[in-house]
Design a protein around this ligand. Sequence first.
Ligand code: SAJ
Length: 439
Amino acid sequence: MATRRTGSKDLYSRLKTRNFTAVVIGLGYVGLPLAMEYAGAGIDVIGIDVDGSKVRALKAGKSYIGDIPSETVKKAVASGKFAATTDFSAVAMADTVNICVPTPLRKTKDPDLSYIVGAMEHIVDYLHRDMLIVLESTTYPGTTEEILAPMIEGKGFKVGRDIFLAFSPERVDPGNEKYTTRNIPKVVGGVTPRCGKMAAALYGGVMEKVHPVSNAAAAEMVKLLENTFRSVNIGLVNEIALMANQMGIDIWEVIEAAKSKPFGFMPFYPGPGIGGHCIPLDPFYLSWKAKQFGFESRFIELAGVVNGQMPHYTVDRVGEALNRFRKPINGSKVLVLGVAYKKNISDVRESPALDILHLLQRKGAVLSYCDPYVPEVRDGVIDLKASPFSAATLRKADCVLVVTDHSAFDYKLVWREAKVVVDTRNAMKGLNGKKVVKL
Ligand code: SAJ
């Protein structure tokens, strides 16, 4: 591990020459890939997580993040460049600290900064002059300056002189093989211009492209714009899908045709609702902060309402499909295909499939599901193990409901064996006919 020398000019030059010790707090789908990028760039990096099982796995050279092969972890550990620990005192030796912890929403849809504050509380006693702290967790504009800076200055350090503080939004897209931590442009904004320069120097030696903005709040806003853009456009296309259904128009055909416009259009697709730990949550960080300025962000709220009603709409479509056979939902066997929040991943966080299962269960449906990535669903309401995806499983169901269009499913088999299919993802594209009920 490099020994730490003092002096901010020295810090800046060491960042520029990649001769520094980094600490990454939070070794999840953001922090672990970031730590591996540091190690791969020859930078000494200490990964800190409160979860001892993660630390033990990493010490043993094992990865628990799909995008990071265990081989990469093993190499980083063997090279002596990467060490994992639960001990926050490592920050005393750090030149830089990246905070990559969760920022969930409370039940009241208010931001929950407890992980960020918790991380800061763990490190304030180890802060020292000439270090750079960068928050990466998605949060509302103002967090870095209003929450982190006072905790640093409360220890007698001046932000921008003694300790440098910046924000850089994480843009990791789990499962995306094309865009990785290294080649996704890194937006950075400092609490002061010098802080911004330090952060740009930090990432400049590790990432392919750095995009500096004038301050931390702008950087915080960038991520929220990106994900609010998605949430609102998904809400728009969901609303148009409901409209098209009333009009007897095939929304999927319409979107495909709109895509033929070579400019000025970006396709979004209707679905059973929105899931994941970003899109359903991030916009409410923005609307919450906007309210403090007396600003009602109507698009965000409306998109939340429209997207939030899609599970109910999906269940209505199941009811209509069963109605064809004079079957109520109550007592009918409904097989759900796919419970992860989007295709070809295993993450079920905020998945609309869970809402749909809850709603169907409340209506008395006899539920089963297939998902090659999710062996069981047990959330206190639903307690199910995945059924094997087979002709027999399909035949047993009174209605098959495609919620997550994993590529692993054989949709021709679904079309052949199911009595009726409610398809919320156009997964049965080209397999038309009366037995397919599109969203
Ligand atoms: N969804 C739709 N219709 C769409 C797109 C998505 O219903 O047209 C649904 C998905 O099924 C899912 C939810 O919305 O349930 C979110 O999907 P997403 O494609 O936005 O995927 P996420 O949640 O993994 O979003 C992440 C975000 N990445 C970061 O925050 C760093 C987002 O900014 C990315 O644009 C997105 O991945 C991506 O493009 O894959």
